[in-house]
Design a protein around this ligand. Structure first.
Ligand code: ADP
Length: 883
């Protein structure tokens, strides 16, 4: 930092002190009516947010770069600074400069960072804004996250390889980590994660004992066991470090953070980071925006709380059929009683964001208007509760019971505050007349004084004969009498001239001053009393914030359930039947996003039928069922035919069903998935120095290592990133592995026609293809997925349409035929050798799980009594049995 040669002024000295405490933040230093920025802060911020760069001490050889903005524009600039990736420390004047003896005291009141925003104006009302903290320990990793604007606080202990997926699920606005340079692979991976705002914290911030102490202090408890949390875990350290950061940045009460909720992975559908992105659940792949995502398309909520909860449900689908059905029952009841659903939504439409309002009350940051909004929202509850009573669905009954009318809080606010209270308490006018006797008295006095002044103006006009004489008021010299310059000589001698303007003269009189004094004193006292009354009211409400918060959660859930019902009716969805069997049986399913974005009727519905047992009611295997409904489906067809849409649709419908939503289909039977994997496209990784193929294979490796029998896997064009033969061979053996070893529901879209021969050797593998109609020289994609393999690939056809010369096309056809005939024999069977893996695997599995009978035979064999020839013969016999 450059310094001036002259000794800095006291204010600048203080600036330098404060800046030294906040080296990583842009310091906004309050000076009078402005926030000023100096030195490098001024230079970088002026570039990033468009402030004019000037300098202080212009005449000196080393002028200080400076930029600033008026105090009332703080919110706007904070938003711009945080968006541009800065932290901002706000340094306020801690005393009234007029009353200060010596230099005005200044201190930082808050450090604003992306994860610690609380102002409505800086937050998206429909999205949660989480601050996370990751603490890698030896074999596991602690993760904690909090939403400062609502006070919800979670903790978890995870295996290292799960951290990235969880961070992707939570999608925090900011993530705290210990030193970036640590060798922890988790931290290294987080540093590479795009779009993640990382804040490094000092090592002492992660001291386990101190972290636990901070948490116990915050919750005023002696242990964390009441929250069902084990105290000696990395998760608790992460939670403590997070709290430490909040204390440092918020500098005000964190009273709204009253509990810590343990999060256990495995109780929800696991969706890894790559899958989450490629399914575009909450944001699109292309630009990371909400618009165009599944969430945006299904979001019919009417409150910000509901919108945020729906986002959370979508990031955390359930795996417990009973819980899913509780939600589905509620949604169904709401779809069948449209009046009931509409009534609820009409009420909710008038609700304010009770979650964020409550948090502002609890942290002492609420305005009089906030409290009024809270009371208005409470006023909706009796009607809502009445509407919910006597319903059939268990979840609706539960929500009705949980709804706490809080009549005394509402009455407290309503009797104290006027109907439309102001945002600020500084000018008074927020407490109702008749609420407090002393306040009424001072107000009467002030009003009485004002009445006298009005009468005084009338009598003075008459007395002086100056018709345009009038009483005015300004902050500098209070009440005055004013007349035009032309009339000024008519004023009586006792008038004291105070100010001469171009066309007017202003005077005061002793009588006027006497009343002014009375009015101002009474007004000042009234405002002060109003502020005290408001603080008292706010504190009384703050004590009740846990009740208000619970209510907010109920409102959010009612909103989501009613929204899902509204969507189900308007978009013609059906209730999915939930089962634990690993199947997918969807009739006339539609892709939820395309279905809503395309003009009505243009989307071609498709059936999905996976894992349906071939045996029919009569116990006989139906040939058709075997042909269409294996566990592994290969979908072949030309590019642009609709393959990706189809396989994504299957995954999206599963996710929707598992959040408790109806699904876009005529009917659907959905087997719960424990995990969903999608390996679809890999365009956005290229910037990070990894080849498309490397990314593709890393993700594939993860699927092959982590998928279970209950998982759903969708693969799109595996092997495309390498040479054709490489690609086909890999795709081929990957499919075999999924079939033999994992045996999970798999949809594999490919334009490698060769793979269709896999069905010859894999029992559970079936071919589907996309119907295409050829008309003269045209190929029309019907987007209909039908059983069987595609008859040909249309590459040469497309080349012909593009005007490639005839000779080239003819030659290509000959080559194609040779290539195709190369790997099938005369009878059309593939020449790829039969796989050994499955048998080996069977033996291995039987070795480890259930003992293979051969083992017992080996045990019984009396090798020392056998001749070498007999032993060899026996060995041969056993090997034959394994084939
Ligand atoms: P592929 O994976 O076979 O290359 P896509 O799934 O990307 O094909 O789909 C290609 C285009 O066809 C998309 O732009 C989509 O809008 C349209 N499409 C896909 N499936 C359908 C359908 N079932 N109904 C209507 N249009 C569809």
């Amino acid at each position: 930092m450059t310094t001036t040669e002259r000794t800095p002024t006291p204010a600048m000295q203080r600036y330098l002190e404060v800046k030294a405490q906040h080296p990583n933040a842009i310091l906004l230093f309050r000076m009078g009516d402005f926030y000023e920025l100096f030195y490098e802060d001024a230079v970088s911020a002026s570039k990033a947010v468009g402030l004019t760069l000037t300098s202080r001490d212009k005449g000196s050889p080393n002028p200080i770069p400076m930029a600033g903005f008026p105090y009332h524009q703080l919110d706007g600039y904070l938003q711009k600074l945080v968006r541009a990736g800065f932290r901002a420390a706000i340094c306020e004047q801690m005393e009234d400069p007029k009353l200060a003896k010596g230099p005005v005291k200044r201190d930082v009141t808050r450090v604003v960072t992306p994860g610690t925003l609380t102002e409505d104006s800086l937050l998206d009302p429909r999205e949660s804004n989480f601050l996370a903290c990751v603490f890698p320990a030896k074999d596991s990793c602690g993760l904690a996250w909090v939403e400062v604007s609502t006070g919800r606080f979670f903790v978890s202990d995870l295996r290292n390889d799960a951290v990235l997926d969880e961070i992707a699920r939570i999608h925090p606005a900011e993530c705290l980590i210990p030193d970036k340079t640590t060798e922890s692979p988790v931290i290294q991976a987080l540093s590479r994660m795009s779009g993640l705002f990382l804040s490094e914290r000092p090592p002492w911030s992660f001291a386990a004992d101190q972290c636990l102490r901070l948490l116990l202090e915050q919750f005023q408890t002696r242990t964390l066991s009441g929250f069902d949390i084990d105290e000696h875990t990395p998760g608790v350290t992460a939670a403590g470090a997070l709290l430490d950061y909040l204390r440092e940045t918020q500098r005000s009460s964190l009273g709204h953070i009253t509990r810590l909720e343990p999060y256990r992975r495995g109780t929800s559908l696991l969706i890894d980071e790559a899958t989450r992105r490629s399914l575009e659940l909450t944001q699109t792949l292309r630009n990371g925006e909400r618009a165009g995502s599944l969430l945006a398309v299904i979001d019919e909520t009417v409150t910000p709380m509901g919108a945020r909860l729906l986002g959370e449900w979508l990031s955390n689908p359930l795996t417990d059929p009973a819980r899913i059905n509780l939600r589905l029952d509620a949604v169904e009841e709401l779809t069948t009683d449209s009046m009931f659903c509409r009534d609820l939504r009409e009420q909710l439409q008038n609700a304010y964001d009770m979650q964020r309002l409550t948090a502002r009350v609890a942290t002492g940051r609420c305005s009089p208007r906030d409290l009024a909004c809270l009371a208005r929202t409470l006023a909706l509850l009796p009607k809502l509760k009445a509407k919910l009573s006597g319903r059939a669905a268990a979840r609706l009954i539960e929500l009705e019971t949980k709804l706490d009318l809080c009549p005394e809080i509402r009455t407290d606010i309503e009797t104290a505050l006027v109907d439309e209270p102001p945002m600020l308490t500084t000018d008074g006018g927020l407490i109702r007349d008749g609420y407090h006797a002393q306040l009424d008295e001072w107000r009467d006095l002030a009003r009485g004084g004002k009445d006298w002044i009005v009468r005084y103006q009338a009598s003075e006009i008459e007395r002086t004969g100056i018709p345009n004489l009038k009483v005015g008021f300004n902050k500098v010299f209070g009440y005055y009498l004013e007349c035009t310059a032309a009339q000024a000589e008519k004023v009586p001698p006792e008038y004291i001239r105070k100010q001469t303007l171009k066309n007017y003269e202003r005077f005061i009189t002793p009588a006027l001053k006497e009343y002014e004094d009375k009015v101002l004193r009474a007004e000042g006292q009234a405002v002060q009393l109003e502020q005290e009354l408001f603080t008292g009211l706010r504190e009384r409400v703050a004590v009740q914030s846990p009740r208000l918060r619970d209510n907010a959660e109920v409102l959010a859930e009612i909103d989501v359930l009613a929204a899902l019902a509204t969507l189900a009716v308007s978009a013609r969805y059906c209730r999915p039947e939930i089962t634990s069997d690993p199947i997918l049986d969807i009739s006339e399913g539609r892709h939820p996003v395309l279905d809503r974005l395309k003009p009505s009727g243009e989307f071609v519905p498709n059936d999905v039928s996976i894992g349906i047992p071939a045996a029919q009611e009569d116990g006989q295997a139906s040939a058709e069922a075997i042909a269409t409904s294996g566990l592994i489906q290969l979908i072949t067809g030309p590019n642009m035919a609709g393959k990706s849409t189809y396989i994504r649709q299957a995954a999206l419908l599963t996710v929707m069903a598992q959040i408790g939503s109806f699904v876009p289909a005529k009917s659907a039977r959905i087997g719960i998935a424990d995990r969903i994997f999608a390996r679809v496209g890999a365009s956005d990784e290229l910037g990070k120095g990894q080849s498309t193929f490397m990314v593709e294979m890393t993700e594939t490796a993860r699927i092959l290592n982590a998928a279970t029998k209950q998982s759903l896997v969708i693969l799109d064009e595996i092997g495309r990133g390498t040479s054709t033969y490489d690609g086909i061979s890999l795709a081929w053996s990957i499919t075999e592995y999924l079939h033999d070893v994992i045996s999970c529901r798999t949809l594999f879209a490919t334009h490698y026609h060769e793979l269709t021969q896999l069905t010859q050797s894999l029992k559970q593998c079936v071919n589907w293809n996309v119907a295409v109609r050829e008309e003269a020289d045209d190929v029309i994609f019907l987007h209909k997925i039908i059983p069987g393999s595609a008859h040909k690939s249309y590459g040469i056809h497309v080349a012909q349409l593009a005007g490639v010369p005839r000779a080239v096309l003819d030659r290509a056809k000959v080559i194609l035929e040779t290539l195709e005939s190369d790997h099938v024999d005369e009878s059309g069977k593939t020449k790829v050798p039969a796989r050994r893996t499955q048998k080996k695997r069977e033996l291995q599995l039987s070795l480890f799980e259930e003992e293979h009978p051969i083992i017992d035979e080996l045990r019984q064999m009396k090798v020392d009594e056998m001749t070498p020839i007999a032993a060899l013969q026996e060995l041969h016999r056993l090997r034959e049995r394994l084939k």
